[in-house]
Design a protein around this ligand. Structure first.
Ligand SMILES: [Zn+2]
Length: 476
């Protein structure tokens, strides 16, 4: 079955995105206002949840700041009231995402589905139709920078390149579903766009990439750093011409390290399960929000707007492209700074800085004292996918000793931790750490970092304070 794609909608969205890319701020604002009014009208008509929230309001005159903040747990708990197509049932979606053979397959013949990796402690399922995908595709195709300009002029679709996506290839995650969808849509890409699992031990991952010899490496910042270390240590021949990163925070030092190790440009992007292509980098290295299709409000821990230039406690997303599962002032959990000065590249799309997922790569002592590095996203994927544990912290206490704790309590929490210990022990053994000791604790609050964000995986010596701020939210 062909993946969801409507060529007519895609060409319309591409023309719209191409035009808006060079628009002035007031024209972008007009697009946003019209799209917001249309989204509110559609949500009020077809989503029972939003019908209640928007009762008595005129969509064309409603100000975003007068609407309540919503969180994933609240929306997932009222899933059938939230979605605008009553045929979309959560139970059927869960069964669909439990089957890796159905990655990128259309759900109900018309929807693209992925699940969130649970960075806020709760799993989410996101459903988008052909028109939302057309917007994501257009943003991805037209706003992602092209570092090798001459090559791209001759080969805009990267058909002469081999692109390796390194990630959780067996899960219905946004990046994996998108990669697989592209492969299925374009048979010419199948041989050039390859998926490589980061759940395998590092030496096998390196060997697979050496064999593939990709000219473009697309992955998470922590995985790019690990592969750069392998390259510098002489254990890998990986020599990409471009590195694309996203999904985690890329610090300036990580960027410098990866660029120096591979002697090639690195392009970072910012996306989420809730909106695939939120921001792309410009030639000045700044992230620009795709503000014609996404509204991002940087707010403090009470939900009040942050002045430009200051880092918020979280960001509220309004997705103007997805009408199937309306996301209006949705607490994304990432910390965003809206930059006050215009960017030198001339774009009127707002420049932003983001502090998103930022976990540690663990270095553990393996068999015969060998150092084994394990990626934080690989650990989270195993705990979430194989053990069903989403709200946790994994802290390294010693070379072979880990503490896994969860704020959940009761027998369900104990069962989840017991399952988690077992899958984690097996996973670490496969990575070359056969003797890991994993201590488990229920009912222990998550510790937060200096920025107030829960970090899921912490290396030795990275134990932050033990309080968790709560964003005050109003409920519909
Ligand atoms: Zn710029």
């Amino acid at each position: 079955m062909l993946p969801v794609c409507d060529p007519w909608l895609t060409s319309l969205a591409a023309a719209d995105v191409a035009w808006a890319t060079h628009e002035r701020a007031d024209a972008l604002e007009r697009r946003r206002s019209q799209r917001l009014a249309a989204l509110l009208a559609a949500a009020a008509e077809a989503s029972p949840f939003y019908r209640r929230v928007l009762k008595g309001r005129n969509p064309a005159r409603t100000r975003l700041r007068d609407l309540p903040v919503v969180r994933k747990s609240e929306l997932m708990a009222r899933f059938s009231d939230w979605v605008t197509d009553p045929r979309i049932e959560l139970e059927a979606l869960r069964a669909f995402t439990a089957d890796p053979s159905r990655i990128a397959e259309p759900f109900l013949g018309r929807y693209v589905v992925w699940e969130s990796s649970g960075s806020s402690g709760e799993p989410g399922v996101f459903v988008q139709d052909a028109s939302a995908m057309a917007v994501y595709d257009a943003l991805e195709a037209l706003r992602r920078p092209r570092p090798q300009r001459l090559e791209r002029l001759l080969d805009p679709w990267y058909l002469s390149e081999t692109i390796a996506f390194v990630g959780a290839t067996q899960g219905h995650f946004a990046s994996t579903v998108s990669t697989e969808r592209l492969r299925r849509l374009n048979p010419l890409l199948t041989a050039h766009l390859r998926e490589v699992s980061f759940l395998q031990p590092t030496d096998q991952l390196v060997a697979e990439l050496d064999e593939l010899a990709p000219s473009v490496l697309s992955t998470y910042p922590s995985a790019a750093v690990l592969l750069a270390e392998e390259r510098l240590a002489g254990r890998s021949r990986l020599a990409p011409k471009e590195v694309w990163t996203g999904g985690e925070t890329l610090s300036p030092s990580m960027r410098r390290f990866v660029q120096a190790a591979f002697a090639c440009p690195l392009v970072d992007s910012y996306g989420a399960s809730e909106f695939l292509a939120l921001a792309f980098e410009c030639r000045c290295g700044r992230l620009h929000l795709n503000s014609d299709w996404a509204i991002l409000e940087s707010v403090d821990d009470k939900g009040r707007p942050m002045p430009p230039g200051e880092l918020g406690a979280t960001a509220l997303l309004t997705n103007l492209a997805n009408r199937v599962q309306p996301l209006i002032r949705y607490d994304l959990g990432d910390r965003v700074r809206m930059l006050p000065q215009p960017c030198e590249c001339g774009s009127h799309l707002p420049a932003i800085e983001v502090q998103g997922r930022c976990d540690d790569t663990l270095q553990l002592r393996g068999a015969a004292g060998r150092a084994v590095r394990v990626l934080p996203l690989a650990l989270s994927t195993v705990l979430e996918d194989d053990a069903g544990l989403f709200d946790f912290q994994l802290e390294q206490l010693g070379p072979c000793e880990l503490l896994l704790h969860t704020p959940m309590q009761g027998s369900a929490a104990e069962a989840a931790l017991s399952r988690a210990r077992s899958v984690l022990t097996d996973f670490l053994a496969r990575q070359g750490v056969p003797s890991a000791r994993i201590r488990c604790r229920c009912g222990e609050p998550n510790r937060v970092g200096p920025g107030g964000k829960v970090r899921r995986v912490l290396a030795s010596g990275r134990r932050p304070r033990r309080t968790e701020p709560a964003l005050e939210t109003s409920h519909a």
